[in-house]
Ligand binder design. Structure first.
Ligand code: NAD
Length: 500
């Protein structure tokens, strides 16, 4: 560890366990063992507040993916996990939840150091949210049911369906919620008896490496859960096209999702694609403006805007347009932009220099073509900081409105009436989330029905819960994570008919 990194950790009293976890070489987890894999090459892992290198990540190869898939295959075909009574699988997943809860402070430190996000929300949402999800999905293990049917061929037949785990799952996750997105991918399939190989994001591998140790402690049998690391276009592409994988589950950008969909189809594996978003908030003249400002805080500015369902387009009725922007400005300019380890941090840095440069291109465009309500200036100095920004935009076809910026940048546009608001909101390639803001319940319901989105929130935004299915339409992908709907993606329904 460099003296600068040591000083940085001392400044925020980082625990010895977290220091160890973020500076030790990060390796893969295959067949119950940690391994550097078959290549001597590595990928640097950076700390986003300072840009300093934390550690190096093992660069996986196709041979490592083959080994991980073989381990998951053996665990599925011969191992105890799919054959265990469901209550025992439930017990192990609940034990894992207890261990994550026990180490929640350490995991929050690891995630914040690796990703840059603010540590308070990180503990509440990323870490404790994962605990809640494991408990919820673990509970499904004991509630899988088939059905009996009376077929038309005659009453001397007995027909029923059996739900079976689909097999080996190949999952790929992004860096914006490294641990939480991995939990979204693993909790449901493990609950029903699948085994899996996860490819973590190369920018943020550290929290899941720690979770793998907790899986060993919880008693998860070897080979049930495996991690491969490395570049997406290499190991990610190889994993999703692997004929040994029975189901592909991907969360990430729409561009990569298109490739992953083709890779899954190359071996006829069903696929879940949780992709990008540009979610509208539609607010009428009777909307609660303070509530909208609070929602933007927890949606587009929270996590530095690196949030797939962030309310990133705000359509405000023309009668309250200026007033609404002022309310948002008064709340959001109070937010503290600083290293995520600072206990008072509201907004940490974005993930990388590349992400910062990409967001800054939109800041340039906004300053040239829109009205800056607040923010918009480039940050200098170490670390990948981007100031929270609000642009008032006139043209719905502007790239500021059409494209996923994936930073703390909100765009606002006025509208005249309900029909125009719906047309503007739906005039976008994405369809992940949307919200309607009005005190008129019937209007809110009418608009909700017409919005093209996988989730619609009324008088709130981004209220995501383990019980509710989450997933988009249009270019935001298909399939659901969370909720009982996710369980079905990991079950094969076998139809059985017996002549009596
Ligand atoms: P990304 O698509 O660049 O990368 C995601 C993952 O895919 C990484 O692990 C990467 O290594 C891997 N990958 C890259 N190329 C690959 C390939 N050819 N084959 C297989 N895997 C490959 O996305 P990102 O920048 O890490 O994440 C941000 C994106 O994720 C945003 O668009 C965001 O909206 C989206 N996202 C969506 C949801 C959701 O639930 N819909 C949740 C979180 C993030």
């Amino acid at each position: 560890m460099t003296p600068e990194l040591q000083d940085y950790f001392d400044r925020f009293n980082v625990s010895a366990a977290a220091r160890e976890a973020v500076t030790a070489p990060s390796v893969m987890f295959i067949n119950g063992e940690f391994t550097a894999g078959t290549s001597a090459d590595s990928i640097p892992v950076l700390e986003p507040s300072t840009g300093a290198q934390l550690t190096a990540l093992a660069q996986g190869t196709n041979a490592d993916v083959d080994a991980a898939v073989a381990a998951a295959r053996k665990a599925f075909d011969e191992g105890p996990w799919p054959r265990m009574v469901p209550a025992e699988r439930q017990r192990i997943l609940w034990k894992l939840a207890d261990l994550i809860e026990r180490d929640a402070d350490i995991l929050a430190e690891i995630e914040t150091i690796d990703n840059g996000k603010a540590i308070g929300p990180c503990k509440d949402f990323d870490v404790l949210g994962s605990v809640e999800l494991l408990r919820y999905m673990g509970g499904w293990a004991t509630k899988i049911e088939g059905a009996t049917r009376q077929i038309s061929a005659g009453t001397d037949f007995f027909s029923y369906t059996v739900k079976e785990p689909i097999g080996v799952v190949g999952a790929v996750t992004p860096w914006n919620w490294p641990m939480n997105m991995a939990m979204w991918k693993l909790a449901a399939p493990l609950a029903v008896g699948c085994t899996m190989v996860l490819k973590t994001a190369e920018l943020t591998p550290l929290s899941m490496a720690y979770v793998a140790k907790l899986m060993q402690e919880a008693g998860l049998p070897e080979g049930v859960f495996n991690i491969v690391t490395g570049h997406g276009h290499e190991v990610g592409a190889y994993l999703t096209a692997h004929p040994g994988v029975d189901k592909v589950s991907f969360t990430g950008s729409t561009r990569v999702g298109r490739e992953v969909g083709k890779a899954a189809m190359s071996h006829f594996a069903p696929v879940t694609l949780e992709l990008g978003g540009k979610s509208p908030m539609v607010a009428f003249e009777d909307a609660d403006l303070e509530g909208i400002a609070e929602a933007t805080r927890w949606s587009i500015f929270f996590n530095s805007g690196q949030n797939c369902s962030a309310g990133s387009r705000l359509y405000l009725h023309e009668d309250v347009f200026e007033q609404g922007l002022e309310v948002i400005k008064s709340q959001i300019t109070q937010m503290k932009l600083c290293p995520g380890l600072d206990p008072d941090c509201d907004i940490g840095p974005v993930i990388s220099a590349g992400a910062k440069a990409n967001i800054e291109r939109y800041l340039d465009l906004g300053r040239d073509t829109a009205r800056t309500v607040f923010g918009g200036e480039k940050q200098t100095g170490d670390g990948f900081f981007v100031e929270p920004t609000l642009f008032a935009v006139e043209d719905n076809s502007s790239p500021l409105v059409q494209e996923e910026i994936f930073g703390p940048v909100l765009v606002a546009l006025p509208f005249k009436d309900e029909a125009e608001a719906i047309a503007l909101a739906n005039d976008n390639p994405y369809g992940l989330g949307a919200s309607v803001w009005s005190r008129d319940g019937a209007r809110a319901q009418r608009v909700m029905r017409q919005l093209q989105a996988g989730s619609v929130w009324i008088n709130c935004h981004d209220v995501v819960d383990v019980i509710m299915p989450f997933g988009g339409v249009k270019n935001s992908g298909f399939g659901k994570d969370l909720g009982r709907e996710q369980i079905d993606h990991y079950l094969h329904t076998k139809a059985v008919t017996m002549a009596l």
